[in-house]
Design a protein around this ligand. Structure first.
Ligand code: NAD
Length: 317
């Protein structure tokens, strides 16, 4: 029997998918993967530089939309700023005006301004928290309002949101206080959105990806390089997209409020904050009593995972 390649399953057939920051890196890979899986895609990208400043005059959203069309798919372009109220509203409207529906929102756009906390300017804090956290909230809010209206009008909704957190937000990362805080906020926002929107037929999950893009290619050049002799290129952004397509499709029915790490061929479900050990005096503590009590709790609690880039822990826990 000849070894025939199975046809790629079109698990997003008929869905309309918005991907933010889809002009480059991971977002581009997600947009192309959704199109291959049968979705009509709104390719959003503001085309900014790596630090969020004015881009080099590129139009990456147009380029990715053209790639999708050249391969026989359907795509619309949005060059809106996802972190502005007007931009986010227009982004959702683009899907509805162009394709008549919206099924999946992939929040992915963002940029970095890494500094140690003592050098982190207020402006760099605001810019990074704005693009990631507000840039997730606003498209989510506009999409959710649409889905609630659909649900209230009696139409069946099987909507999906895939947010983009980061290992930096889940475990912490030295030199990325602004980014880690925003990405931790995205993980919490994912839980809240899943809990609030389930009743309207909306499932909300998040990924924490790792891949070779312009965001990582300098810092992790050696770790993320493609293997010189061929073989599986684990850090290619295309390896993250299958999970995003799955979480953005009908197939993941019932899976919501979860955060998954995705890197190469690995998919990991993350287990967030949970109560690890408790003591209860049933009365108010004296501060002096708490040293013994707190150390007793820590002795019973699991060791936290190390913060990315941190020195190994020495004393205390
Ligand atoms: N690459 C990794 O290993 C990694 C790890 C963890 C998390 N992430 C996250 O994945 C996402 C994608 O990152 P990437 O590595 O592909 O970076 P990237 O720089 O290649 O792509 C990000 C895109 O977002 C666009 N963008 C920025 N601000 C925007 C705005 N306000 N509105 C619309 N578009 C905007 C940029 O123009 C850019 O094309 C980000 O949220 C990033 O934080 C990436």
């Amino acid at each position: 029997m000849s070894e025939q390649q199975a046809p790629e399953p079109r698990c997003a057939e008929g869905r309309v998918v918005v991907v933010t920051g889809a002009g480059r890196g991971l977002g581009r890979a997600h947009a192309l993967a959704f199109a291959r899986a049968g979705a009509r895609v709104v390719v959003n990208d503001l085309g900014v530089a790596l630090d969020g400043g004015a881009g080099p005059g590129e139009t990456p959203a147009e380029q990715v939309a053209a790639e999708i069309r050249d391969a026989g798919g359907e795509a619309a372009v949005s060059t809106d700023d996802v972190a502005s109220g007007e931009g986010a509203a227009r982004l959702v409207r683009t899907a509805l005006d162009r394709f008549g529906r919206l099924d999946t929102l992939v929040n992915n756009a963002g940029f970095l301004r890494d500094r140690m906390l003592v050098n982190l300017d207020e402006e760099d804090w605001d810019a990074v928290v704005r693009v990631h956290l507000k840039g997730h909230f606003l498209p989510l809010r506009h999409a959710a309002a649409h889905w609630r209206a659909e649900s209230k009008a009696g139409r069946a909704v099987a909507a999906r949101v895939v947010n983009t957190s980061s290992g930096a937000g889940l475990l912490g990362s030295v030199g990325q206080g602004n980014y880690a805080a925003a990405k931790a906020g995205i993980a919490a926002l994912t839980l809240v959105a899943a809990a609030e929107l389930g009743r309207y037929g909306v499932q909300v999950n998040a990924i924490a990806p790792a891949a070779r893009t312009r965001m990582t290619e300098r810092t992790f050049a050696a770790d993320m390089a493609a293997p010189a002799g061929g073989g599986f290129d684990a850090m290619a952004p295309e390896n993250v997209s299958p999970l995003v397509v799955y979480l953005g499709s009908d197939a993941c029915e019932g899976i919501t409020g979860r955060v998954f790490e995705a890197e190469g061929g690995r998919v990991t479900v993350m287990d967030g904050w949970r109560r690890a050990a408790r003591t209860d005096k049933a009365a108010r503590w004296e501060p002096g009593e708490l040293d013994g009590a707190v150390r007793g709790l820590l002795a019973r609690a699991p060791e936290p995972e190390p913060v990315y880039g941190a020195e190994p822990r020495t004393a205390g826990r």
